[in-house]
Design a protein around this ligand. Structure first.
Ligand SMILES: [Zn+2]
Length: 305
């Protein structure tokens, strides 16, 4: 469901990212892409729709309590997100829930906040956004967010919101992709947004700079699998929507690569040797087509084992 334009851009860019090494340029690349990517809207179930190609996957539920948005995408996607939202009615945007603090999920917070929406997030999301935060593996330091962009309703473990006749359950994951991760479950529609603890069909980024890790991510994905049912629509942070089988495959691929790299590190292999040995090679054709190539993913796993 990713647009042809973005997919082509990503494929062209992945070679540049590979050459760039640890200073990946991922942030700059994502922002550049967002300036031209077409944002598309797909109705899912019981009024909940998916917005794609604005950074992380966005969900929206319109209704008399105002539109509820799960994640706000990249800053340059503002105009195209607004256009897509206008297509599903005139309810004002009243509620935003951030799955975590990253720029491709909170980049729209300033304009969403300016429209008067209440922003809900894990308490660490506010903490991370309120001050300059460096992500080493992106080689990028994010400046403190403006006040309007900061979440004001803070979740520490869980929270249930009743909006537009939907029960919306927010649960904090113990440190996984970051230390700010929330899952969001629309219970009646049975649509479960995992945030970035799951990337469907792509190696995920692991943000060690703000509490993330390979083991935390695998743990969170397993915990999610234990929670969702056969009919749950599972929405990843990135990639197409999926079900239990897709999430299971992600867990299997990550676990296999983690075990392989942990064994290499235990034998005393240095990072450069492990990356050169291409421990992800058998999965790269399928899993290395988005932001994280095999070399970078091997490095990210190595950091955490
Ligand atoms: Zn993220």
């Amino acid at each position: 469901m990713r647009s042809a334009g973005l997919a082509t851009g990503v494929l062209l860019a992945s070679s540049r990212i590979a050459l760039a090494g640890p200073k990946t340029g991922i942030v700059e690349f994502a922002l550049r892409e967002a300036a031209t990517s077409e944002v598309t809207l797909h109705p899912l179930r019981q009024g909940v729709s998916l917005l794609e190609n604005a950074g992380g996957n966005i969900l929206v539920l319109p209704g008399p309590d105002g539109k509820v948005l799960i994640d706000a995408g990249l800053a340059p996607s503002q105009a195209r997100i607004k256009q897509a939202l206008a297509g599903i009615g005139t309810d004002p945007l009243k509620h935003l829930i951030n799955t975590h603090w990253h720029f491709d999920h909170t980049g729209g917070n300033p304009w969403v906040g300016a429209e008067g929406a209440t922003i809900v997030a894990h308490e660490n999301t506010r903490k991370r956004m309120a001050k300059a935060t460096r992500v080493e593996d992106w080689g990028f330091t994010f400046p403190p967010a403006e006040k309007l962009a900061l979440p004001t309703v803070l979740v520490s473990q869980h929270r249930v919101m009743n909006l537009n006749a939907a029960t919306i359950r927010l649960e904090h994951y113990p440190p996984a992709h970051t230390d700010t991760d929330l899952s969001v479950h629309f219970e009646e529609a049975d649509i479960f947004h995992t945030g970035d603890i799951w990337w469907n069909g792509d190696y995920p980024f692991l943000d060690y700079s703000t509490g993330g890790s390979i083991d935390g991510t695998i743990r969170a994905a397993r915990a999610t699998l234990a929670k969702v049912g056969a009919n749950t629509i599972i929405v990843p942070g990135h990639g197409p929507i999926g079900d239990r089988s897709h999430l299971s495959e992600f867990i299997a691929v990550l676990t296999e690569i983690r075990e392989k790299i942990a064994a290499m590190k235990k034998r005393g292999m240095q990072l450069g040797e492990v990356v050169a040995a291409k421990p992800t090679a058998s999965h790269d054709a399928k899993w290395a087509n988005f932001l994280i190539n095999g070399d970078l993913f091997a490095k990210l796993v190595y950091e955490g084992v």
